[in-house]
Design a protein. Structure first.
Length: 449
């Protein structure tokens, strides 16, 4: 008798799992319940759509429900919210949002792929018109509509993390005056502060009024628009984007006793199973094993959501494929700069007791041969275990394509290479592309000494 699969959530992890199950078991009965209007959309592209870099927002939709049904034979039901999981009966209780009808559906294997939602700080006035979060395609539509229907000349971004800095850049691309307010003493707090100094200066040079170490206390309205009140003074503005992080959507799991981690995300094993072996989890709602810390950690990123969903689908369909783990590898474009990180930051390495003593090195080299036109500085920071010389983490910034250099170091960390190994890697060299000693060679050599 064919297995019956139920998937809660129709974005990256959920649809990756559904597609994998369908390929492995063409006859299986399967349904995907999605609370919202859209499935499988590229959330990371939304700031660039708002900023006009991507002209057609429809390109951000990887799959539509119609395509999923007709080309992949996946029963996707949008506007359907799973309101309860019933493990003893192996059913889920579902509410059809449009009709308000409530019904139950049975499963043999269940996947929780409910993602994460924007975290809303307790700021008075945060829910009024003109104040938005940016997490979904629906959020992007609301912001686009507001920009088109209002005379917006100034925008304020609350939060200086990934989405905050991307939105600041894209709002400047639209020609708006922009204020960005961050609660910490640096942008993008997952990076080390010392490598970001020139990037923060660059943001200011690009016309962003950057206010760090600043607490927002209130969002008020006036005849002229909105007023963001903070510890650094008041900002009169026309639009507010709140980008202060995300929280995992794990209430369904919590309510039935599925084990959660310290950040409230779902704990899973290497096969993507929760504490209930018939219930799997994937994507931003769950923790993953960190390859350097050797423990579960919550780092919500699209890359692990897509890969985790695919592996969950394979294992739900009878496979036994382990998810190898994550490093938190990420890259961000900030105006003319790219900044990228993988593994442990210096802050993380010094905070953990996994490694007794930490060394760090930071060097700046050229993106091309020094004599070739167009070479730009590339700054590399490495975090190293002093006793073993194992590379634990790396961060790179520059105006060139630093992402692929960082990918080399992500591979090296995954392979547990030492900095001596990295220093001898046989990397490409040609004057228009890279110097004979690449900046990552130089950094590794210095670290090895």
């Amino acid at each position: 008798m064919p297995q019956k699969y139920v998937i809660i959530g129709g974005d990256a992890a959920g649809m990756s799992a559904a597609s994998k199950i369908r390929r492995l078991q063409p006859e299986a009965e399967m349904v995907v319940f999605e609370k919202g209007k859209y499935i499988s959309f590229a959330a990371c592209g939304i700031p660039y759509w708002i900023g006009g870099i991507i002209e057609d927002g429809r390109k951000l939709q990887v799959l539509t429900p119609k395509i999923a049904r007709e080309k992949r034979d996946i029963d996707v039901r949008i506007h359907h919210e799973v309101i309860k999981i019933n493990p003893p009966s192996k059913t889920v209780t579902v509410r059809d949002i449009k009709s308000n009808k409530i019904f139950e559906t049975a499963y043999d294997k269940l996947l929780i792929a409910t993602g994460a939602r924007a975290a809303l700080p307790a700021i008075p006035g945060i829910e009024q018109d003109g104040v938005y979060t940016l997490r979904t395609l629906g959020d992007g539509n609301q912001i686009q509509s507001y920009l088109q229907n209002n005379n917006v000349k100034h925008a304020t971004v609350i939060g200086a993390g990934y989405i905050g800095v991307e939105m600041a850049e894209n709002l400047r691309h639209l020609g708006l005056a922009v204020t960005m307010i961050g609660i910490y003493d640096q942008i993008v707090p997952t990076f080390d502060k010392d490598i970001l100094e020139q990037v923060q200066e660059h943001i200011i040079e690009q016309g962003v009024d950057l206010k760090l170490n600043t607490q927002v206390t209130d969002i008020d309205s006036s005849n002229q628009g909105l007023v963001v009140k903070s510890s650094a003074g008041d900002v009169e503005t026309d639009l507010v984007i709140v980008s202060t992080g995300v929280n995992p959507n794990t209430e369904l799991a919590r309510d039935v006793g599925i084990k959660l981690g310290s950040k409230g995300a779902i704990l899973i094993n290497e096969l993507m199973q929760t504490s209930d072996p018939d219930i799997y989890a994937a994507g931003d709602c769950c923790e993953h094993h960190h390859l350097v810390l050797d423990e579960s950690i919550w780092i919500p990123l699209a890359t692990s959501a897509n890969k985790g969903g695919r592996i969950a689908g394979e294992n739900m369909a009878g496979g036994s494929v382990p998810f190898p783990g994550i490093l938190g590898t990420a890259v961000i474009k900030i105006f003319d700069y790219n900044i990228a990180q993988t593994g442990l930051s210096e802050k993380q390495a010094r905070a953990t007791d996994k490694y007794s003593e930490i060394d760090t090195v930071m060097i700046t080299g050229g993106s091309k041969a020094h004599y070739y036109p167009g070479s730009t500085p590339v700054t590399v920071k490495m975090v190293v275990d002093k006793s073993s010389k194992r590379l634990l983490g790396a961060q790179i910034i520059g105006k060139s394509d630093v992402a692929k250099r960082l990918d080399v170091l992500a591979t090296a960390i995954t392979a547990k290479m030492t900095v001596a190994d990295v220093a001898m890697l046989d990397l490409t060299y040609a004057p228009p592309v890279a110097p004979v000693y690449d900046p990552i060679h130089v950094a590794a050599n210095v670290a090895n000494k």
